[in-house]
Design a protein around this ligand. Sequence first.
Ligand SMILES: Nc1nc2c(ncn2[C@@H]2O[C@H](COP(=O)(O)OP(=O)(O)OP(=O)(O)O)[C@@H](O)[C@H]2O)c(=O)[nH]1
Ligand SMILES: [Mg+2]
Length: 207
Amino acid sequence: MDCHQCRSHCQTAQSPKSRWWHWRQKKTAPSLVLPDTLSKIALVGMPNVGKSALFNALTGRYVTVSNYPGTTVEVSRGQATIGDRPVLIVDTPGMYSLLPITEEERVARDMLLSTPVSLVIHVVDAKNLGRMLPLTFQLIEAGLPVLLVLNMMDEVRQLQIQIQIDHLQQELGIPVMATAAATHFGIRELKAKIATYVDAPVLSPAY
Ligand SMILES: Nc1nc2c(ncn2[C@@H]2O[C@H](COP(=O)(O)OP(=O)(O)OP(=O)(O)O)[C@@H](O)[C@H]2O)c(=O)[nH]1
Ligand SMILES: [Mg+2]
């Protein structure tokens, strides 16, 4: 069988497809298999709020990217050390609501509701709290263990926006943390807060 992608990589014409296929498999094979028995923490929120920046700040080099089963939506999973134990951090696609419209939103919702999570970190752009908080309410109402992260605090400071974090925390009844993921501001404090949620390992299937 002829295959145009093989030509530059195959030495013989006998089994070009299988040679190319094996080469592709090697290139795309995940470099790390993360155990599914780790406590799982999901980062959720609207697009462009800094979920992936926070994911990168929390995880190190132990990261895999794969398609969510049955979709073309990419999901990043990584291992972080919280306290002295490893946890699984999952970076979900951007979502506006728990009532999905797009495939990305459907995947994000499935990732939250179909398997147990130790903690859902709702990442918001702190400059636009009014637009972001309805999703916080939905997550709380869904009975999920929610931690609200006010990201982009560097821009909040520049714009001299005042946010009363203690008051917000009291009103919402959930912990609220401040970060600027791009500069790693607040990451140490966030990890310390996450540590209080990470206890017994949670058994759940792979994403
Ligand atoms: N100033 C500032 N920029 C940030 C911060 N965190 C993230 N960004 C920037 O915001 C942009 C979006 O960040 P991402 O981490 O890709 O956002 P996301 O929520 O993963 O976006 P989607 O994957 O599209 O849902 C990037 O240009 C980041 O560099 C922050 O704390 N401060
Ligand atoms: Mg992202």
